[in-house]
Write a protein that binds this ligand. Structure first.
Ligand SMILES: *[C@@H]1O[C@H](CO)[C@@H](O)[C@H](O)[C@H]1NC(C)=O
Ligand SMILES: *[C@@H]1O[C@H](CO)[C@@H](O)[C@H](O)[C@H]1NC(C)=O
Ligand SMILES: *[C@@H]1O[C@H](CO)[C@@H](O)[C@H](O)[C@H]1NC(C)=O
Ligand SMILES: *[C@@H]1O[C@H](CO)[C@@H](O)[C@H](O)[C@H]1NC(C)=O
Length: 404
């Protein structure tokens, strides 16, 4: 509360201070790297120190972030990187934590008599957040839906809090992995992938400072492209001469089978499989267009069977094969004879009938003549000659028209 009031007051003063001063920059000197050391600010072309009164991680974080050095790791007191010389430019800095520069923080203007170079403020930052490295643990870059993709994100150094896997064009991370402070790498797994997972991936890590709690993201890693291949089941149909009944091809005629896929990949091909009673025949054609036609000339009974079509493609060293289409049965028919089987049976029946009638007439005549030798008169009146053929006809008709 006291601190807050203090900041409020000094903030007002700081606005005034900002207006009248022209700090030229901030640097860290005499540390192990450019990200640790004694804090110095430039004013009127002269570097001067900062008094560590009121100096805590809030101010230290502002310095670290301003210098691109990550976040403050710890904030030692008491000129641990050696005493500075020259003026003490800032005596009591009070930052809120979100300032872009130490020189934009509020400053208490009252002169602290007891601020000497023994109180020079120092800072040790986490260091520049280096670009992490993303590697693929899966042995390939092309996947089928439902598979898992394993990445590894690694860094050289840093006290980190978590790792994230990002897909290019998506603002929220797809996978997040907590890390303990000493961890240098994490495995990030995308499981049960879908076609929308196809794209470019990178990872980032974040570091955290304790007080005030602050998270800082690293720059994104290198990117890795993932391809997701989803093969849909192809469709197929056949075409032949128009006179062939559905499901069949006339022997000796040409026919063709067209396979078609809704989704094409470079280098894909169609395979047509014929299952016959005595074995299987396969043939393939490159899928240069979404539909490819297999042609067959002079159809024979060896072309008869069930035809199946599938699409296959090799990508990224892997072979992807679609499901087979539904079976397409094709029967090979003999050409139609000149007379239909029905016509032939009628013809045979008719001929049999005529022959039978003739035979019966002859038999009847012979029998009639044999009965007795008729006189000339009897011959004139008798009906045998006429009776027999008509009865025979009646008999035959009954035999043929009303068979038992
Ligand atoms: C990833 O794919 C994008 C286009 O989708 C391309 O611009 C980029 O070069 C690819 N990166 C790699 C590492 O292959
Ligand atoms: C081939 O057969 C398909 C399916 O039966 C039909 O839609 C198409 O019109 C036919 N094409 C020709 C050229 O006969
Ligand atoms: C396939 O067969 C149909 C009908 O017989 C014919 O019109 C068409 O031209 C054929 N297509 C090919 C590519 O042979
Ligand atoms: C299967 O039968 C067809 C004729 O129906 C014949 O042409 C082919 O050689 C036979 N194949 C085998 C493996 O016996």
């Amino acid at each position: 509360m006291l601190r807050f009031l203090h900041i409020l007051l000094t903030g007002l003063l700081g606005v005034l201070w900002d207006g009248v001063t022209a700090f030229g920059g901030v640097r860290l000197v005499d540390g192990e790297s450019k990200c640790s050391g004694r804090v110095e600010v430039l004013l009127h072309n002269q570097w001067g120190t900062v008094c560590d009164h009121g100096w805590d991680p809030r101010e230290a974080n502002v310095v670290c972030l301003e210098l691109g050095c990550g976040l403050a790791e710890f904030t030692p007191h008491g000129a641990v990187y050696g005493e500075g010389s020259g003026p003490i430019w800032l005596r009591h800095v009070q930052c809120l934590g979100h300032e872009s520069s130490l020189t934009r923080c509020a400053v208490a203007l009252h002169n602290n008599a007891y601020c000497t170079h023994e109180n020079d403020a120092v800072v040790k930052c986490s260091g520049t957040l280096l670009m992490p490295t993303l590697t693929l643990l899966s042995p390939h870059t092309v996947f089928s839906p439902g598979e898992a993709v394993r990445f590894s994100c690694s860094i050289l150094q840093g006290h980190l809090s978590d790792f994230h896997l990002y897909k290019h064009g998506v603002s929220t991370p797809l996978v997040t992995q907590r890390a303990d402070q000493t961890q240098k790498k994490a495995e990030l797994t995308l499981s049960d992938i879908e076609t929308f997972h196809q794209g470019s991936y990178s990872c980032q890590y974040r570091i955290k400072s304790g007080f005030p709690s602050q998270l800082l993201s690293s720059p994104p890693s290198n990117s890795i492209n993932i391809t997701v291949v989803e093969l849909l089941t192809p469709q197929h149909w056949y075409n032949t001469s128009t006179e062939a009944p559905a499901g069949s091809v006339i022997k000796g005629h040409n026919f063709n089978i067209t396979c078609s896929t809704p989704q094409q990949y470079p280098g894909g091909s169609f395979q047509l499989r014929l299952i016959r009673s005595n074995g299987t025949v396969r043939q393939s054609l490159p899928a240069l267009t979404p539909s490819v036609t297999f042609t067959f000339s002079n159809a024979q009974s060896s072309n008869e069977g069930y035809y199946y079509c599938l699409y296959r493609v090799q990508l990224g060293g892997r072979t992807f094969v679609s499901r087979e289409s539904q079976p397409l049965p094709i029967a090979i028919r003999d050409p139609d004879p000149v007379l239909s089987p029905m016509g032939i049976s009628w013809l045979v029946s008719g001929l049999t009938f005529v022959v039978a009638v003739v035979i019966l007439i002859i038999v009847a005549k012979v029998l009639c003549n044999k009965e007795k030798k008729p006189t000339e008169l009897e011959r004139e009146t008798r009906t045998c000659k006429f009776l027999f053929p008509s009865e025979a006809f009646k008999l035959l008709t009954e035999m043929f028209v009303y068979p038992e």
